[in-house]
Design a protein around this ligand. Structure first.
Ligand SMILES: [Zn+2]
Length: 421
């Protein structure tokens, strides 16, 4: 079964003063998670201990998630994973760090949040902060590994795919999941990838330990592996700059990326480009990483000029999209070229094979035709030579759609434009 085409009109919020001025919120694919992350409970080991047996676990094998179908993730219960995860929250966080032993391995376990709308969960927790109810969810790494966990990891992964239809999905960029599951996967995948790349401290090279239920890592000051006997004093690791001041914890990385629909000064054409390795006639909006100490608006102007030679004036932020490959935040903007800055020059940065000004009417027609991803064969009904654009699950599509619907026009003209579609 295929998921229905993605619609960004998922915002539950009522019509309001801000929505009347700026339009309805665009909920991009990979955002809009059904889970409440309750991030303040991640270091509360009493909560985590209580939640574990009532939880559902998303298994990831080399970042491929367990799925029950083409459109849905597959979940396993605590009984299936308890022997692998052991008792990770028996000690409070401070004691866990003190008891660090670099010989002991543990699979990465990440608390994702509570689904407060789940009807089949009775889990509830009352603590200092209040009462929290809902189905708890975790992500668990079951990638093959040598060492003491090898057999347990293999067993959990093998048992999980015995359920009919269950498999670890090997999809390069997964755009087929229903939106809620896509958002959960984005969250789990980005954090799992970050954990796997930060097993060692960036400052001293020593092993790090997962804290805050898989959402932070720290460089422990002691290591029991070097204690000759259990009665000896704790073995102190060499001093590490990461243990000083406020930067004593490694936080997950999110890479801000700007992606922009650039209009010509008259508002009649859109600037789109293509990379050499893309399929023929496939174009998209320009994009690039935001650099340190650069505003998003400046990043839009710099990247557009470097890649296309076009000089951009005013820039307006439209919407944003988490992109878990591996951990980008796509920040979507609409910008306009300066009247004397519209000339396309590709010689600065060789990233694009081509960039062109496309009439908005042509972009609109291409958006009305079926689209699919970069790695798919052209959609059914595609005529050779037609413009191909990214599907609705990509923020690039939503930016082009916004412009086709008159995002840049005074509100009196928007109604007239929308009526023509
Ligand atoms: Zn360190």
């Amino acid at each position: 079964m295929e998921a229905p085409p993605y619609s960004s009109e998922g915002a539950e919020y009522p019509d309001s003063m801000l929505s009347r001025k700026f339009g309805r919120e665009v909920v991009n694919y990979f955002s809009g998670s059904p889970l409440n992350r309750v991030s303040f409970l991640r270091s509360n080991t009493s909560f985590l201990r209580a939640a574990l047996p009532a939880s559902r676990f998303l298994l990831l094998r080399g970042l491929d998630p367990l799925a029950s179908s083409k459109t849905n993730l597959g979940w396993v219960k605590y009984d299936s994973v308890s022997s692998l995860i052991g008792k990770p929250y028996d000690l409070d966080e401070e004691k866990t760090i003190e008891a660090f032993d670099s010989r002991v391995s543990a699979p990465t376990l990440i608390f994702l949040g509570l689904d407060e709308k789940a009807t089949d969960s009775t889990f509830e927790y009352s603590g200092a902060g209040g009462n929290y109810k809902g189905q708890p969810f975790f992500a668990l790494d079951v990638s093959p590994k040598e060492g003491e966990l090898k057999e347990k990891l293999e067993k959990v992964a093998e048992e999980a795919v015995k359920e009919p239809g269950y498999e670890f999905r090997k999809v390069r960029i997964d755009l087929s999941l229903v939106p809620g599951d896509a958002a959960i996967l984005a969250h789990a995948r980005s954090l799992m990838d970050w954990n796997s790349r930060n097993q060692f401290c960036a400052a001293c090279g020593g092993r790090t330990i997962s804290v805050h239920a898989g959402t932070k890592r720290t460089c422990p000051p002691f290591d029991k592996a070097f204690q000759k006997s259990p009665n000896d004093a704790s073995f102190e690791r060499p001093p590490c700059v990461s243990r000083k001041g406020v930067h004593n914890i490694a936080f997950p990385r999110t890479d801000p990326t700007v992606i922009m629909a650039i209009l010509n000064a008259a508002g009649t054409h859109l600037l789109l480009g293509r990379q050499r390795r893309w399929p023929p006639n496939f174009y998209s909006t320009l994009a690039g990483f935001c650099e340190p100490a650069e505003s998003l608006e400046e990043a839009v102007r710099r990247e557009t000029w470097e890649e296309s030679g076009v000089r951009v004036g005013r820039v307006v932020i439209h919407s944003t999209q988490p992109w878990p490959y591996p951990n980008n935040l796509m920040i979507g903007a609409v910008g306009e070229a300066l009247p004397d800055g519209e000339k396309i020059e590709l010689n600065h940065d060789p990233e694009l094979q081509d960039a062109q000004w496309f009439p908005i009417e042509k972009v609109k027609a291409a958006l009305e035709a079926p689209q699919n991803g970069l790695h798919d064969a052209p959609p059914e009904g595609y005529k050779e030579g037609d413009l191909r654009l990214p599907p609705a699950t990509a923020i690039a599509h939503q930016l082009m759609l916004a412009v086709a619907n008159g995002f840049h026009l005074p509100s009196s003209e928007v109604a007239a434009t929308a009526a023509k579609i």
